[in-house]
Design a protein around this ligand. Structure first.
Ligand SMILES: [Zn+2]
Length: 274
């Protein structure tokens, strides 16, 4: 099987294998740290990450995948480093092909008692509202407790920035989807004026985000659900169309209101159980 892999740096070769349910992504930081002195390969083992899936899933097949990878890439005397399941793969590999590696590193937990912290993780995962999650990011946001609000900024029919609420994840009171998307769009365009852009957001913007939209000279704002408690584009007040401001974005409100509202309702219902 041809495995998905990433490579970093130059030098003598080291191949890193992740553990069960992991992927090469988990080793990105270490790979970059090693890259000044090593040619680092991180691979996704079969049935993991971006590598192909197969009904055959045992150490024998993972060892032959690794041998094929080493042969395909003509890697001579690699250091093999494996974590957990990857550690067992590299140990099995060393038994079968002792002449095909230079060193073996097994990264694993030490034999001591650990707190049962995984229970709370599993409980959180079990309570995730899977029916309303569309991506890993959504699950990440739900676990963190960020209110699921999403924003995109469109220019000439193309999405140039997108963001979700990250207040909890970033521990930043200003980490609202619209403000993050505006910052990202300014960075993409290399200018602070977004007067040729439309901001789409699932919830009526708050005072800060309405203010940021005015300051960025956003041409048009389209939002989904109304926010009776904090909305500042009609509900509690109207920052965006304040008669004394010199820029007033066009506003279209209540687009896909029910769908946008349902995501929020489900989120708050699911939080009750946590
Ligand atoms: Zn806001």
């Amino acid at each position: 099987m041809k495995l998905y892999f990433r490579e970093y740096g130059e030098g003598s070769p080291i191949i890193i294998l992740h553990g069960l349910l992991g992927s090469s992504d988990n080793w990105l930081t270490q790979a970059k740290l090693l890259s000044p002195s090593f040619k680092v390969y991180t691979i996704d083992q079969r049935n993991h990450g971006l590598s192909p899936h197969s009904d055959t899933f045992d150490y024998e097949s993972m060892v032959s995948d690794l041998a094929e990878f080493i042969d395909d890439h003509k890697i001579l005397d690699p250091v093999l480093m494996g974590h957990s399941m990857g550690g067992k793969t590299v140990m099995n590999f060393a038994l079968k092909h002792p002449d095909k590696l230079k060193k073996l590193i097994v990264v694993d937990i030490s034999p001591r008692a650990y707190d049962l912290e995984h229970y709370s993780l599993v409980e959180g995962l079990v309570k995730l509202p899977l029916a309303t999650l569309a991506s890993r990011n959504d699950a990440d946001a739900a676990l963190a407790g960020d209110v699921p609000v999403g924003a995109v900024i469109v220019r000439d029919g193309a999405v140039i920035a997108r963001a979700a609420n990250r207040t909890v994840r970033n521990q930043d009171a200003t980490g609202h989807a619209e403000t993050l998307a505006i910052r990202a769009a300014c960075e993409v365009l290399g200018r602070w004026r977004l007067d040729d852009c439309t901001l789409y957001v699932t919830l009526e913007p708050c005072a800060m985000c309405a203010g940021a939209s005015v300051l960025a000279r956003i041409q048009r704002v389209v939002f989904g659900a109304w926010d009776d408690k904090a909305g500042m584009v009609g509900s509690v007040g109207d920052v965006m169309r304040h008669p004394r401001l010199n820029h007033r974005p066009e506003v279209e409100a209540g687009v896909l209101q029910e769908e946008c509202g349902a995501v929020l309702k489900d989120f708050f219902l699911s939080r009750r159980g946590l």
